[in-house]
Design a protein around this ligand. Structure first.
Ligand SMILES: Nc1ncnc2c1ncn2[C@@H]1O[C@H](COP(=O)(O)OP(=O)(O)O)[C@@H](O)[C@H]1O
Ligand SMILES: [Mg+2]
Length: 307
């Protein structure tokens, strides 16, 4: 069973004038961190709002933890941190968690035990009695996270959780998300902050103008399987020569030669030839690109497409 499975989910606004989401089908494994990436206006928030029952899709369907998404009984197993969430500013942090916990159906005695623990988890233990109007953006975001965890959910939707947070605060949130994954929880994250996502996501999907462009693991996206960087101790004259004979394109930057092979057999043939000539290989490194490079490539390839 998947934590989330969507089938051709579609959302049009203003009688079809705005196509926020187009036939979006994806699966999210349980116990994993899944990130939905895309530029502003891609449709990320629209998708989370459909899955959390806030808006209805124009077409298509979804299953959440094995239940049809319109079965609202599943909501007690879900947590949700909305993008730009606002809590009433006259409340203190404890009161926010108490009232929202009550609304989520958590008992008073469970809340009394849970609230101090959650405040400690998000490092607000000394701020429980402070009115939240005094909170910084980072503190507000951490309180939002605590509120998304108040019902001990199995599946947590987080819409831009690290938005407006400084680097240290972002690391704290990353660590918290990893801890939640260790507890077996599934995290569905919307983000436009690629370097954040690269470090913690198990799976990534890229959305642009409502259309899903790519899905896969971060590793799948960032390693170019056919390119390797080779460093040799001697034989720098022979290496380009051997590559030419094997018809392997090669480029040279600093101490490294980058070769573009058709498949692993060709790489091994190159290694055999280098070793035959007693060339000492110091390193062979698969070439990686950043998720950001990949993202820009995917988005620009699809520019001017749909919509
Ligand atoms: N209630 C709405 N009415 C009309 N258009 C909307 C509404 N909500 C979102 N949109 C539009 O749908 C598109 C997707 O928005 P959104 O899901 O918020 O994207 P993202 O979260 O990726 O930035 C955008 O073009 C946005 O302007
Ligand atoms: Mg959004």
């Amino acid at each position: 069973m998947f934590a989330v499975e969507t089938y051709q989910l579609t959302k049009h606004y203003q009688s079809g004038k705005i196509k926020a989401l187009e036939a979006c089908s994806l699966q999210v494994d349980q116990g994993k961190i899944f990130s939905l990436l895309g530029p502003n206006g891609a449709g990320k928030t629209t998708l989370i709002k459909i899955l959390t029952g806030i808006i209805h899709p124009t077409n298509g369907g979804a299953k959440i933890l094995g239940h049809v998404f319109t079965d609202f009984s599943i909501h007690h197993r879900m947590g949700y941190l909305a993008e730009n969430h606002r809590f009433p500013e006259f409340l203190n942090a404890q009161q926010v968690l108490f009232y929202y916990g009550k609304m989520a159906g958590v008992s008073k005695s469970a809340l009394q035990e849970k609230i101090p623990q959650l405040l400690a988890t998000v490092r607000l233990q000394d701020w429980g009695r402070t009115k939240i109007r005094k909170f910084s953006k980072g503190m507000m975001q951490r309180l939002g996270l605590a509120h998304a965890l108040i019902n001990d959910p199995d599946l947590i939707f987080l819409d831009e959780p690290t938005d407006g947070i400084d680097p240290i605060g972002r690391k704290e949130i990353r660590d918290l998300l990893k801890m939640l994954r260790e507890q077996g929880k599934t995290i569905f994250l919307n983000s436009h902050l690629l370097s954040e996502v690269e470090r913690i996501s198990d799976e990534v999907a890229i959305l642009n103008k409502g259309t899903l462009l790519q899905k896969g693991s971060v590793d799948d996206f960032i390693s170019i399987k056919e390119q390797f960087q080779i460093k040799v101790e001697n034989g720098t004259a022979q290496l380009p020569q051997i590559c030419q004979e094997l018809q392997i394109p090669v480029t040279h930057v600093n101490d490294f030669y980058t070769v573009a092979v058709k498949e692993m057999g060709q790489l091994n043939e190159l290694i055999d030839r280098l070793r035959e000539q007693k060339i000492l290989i110091q390193a062979i490194i698969p070439r990686k690109i950043t998720l950001e490079d990949f993202f820009i490539e995917v988005i620009t390839e699809n520019k001017g497409g749909e919509n």
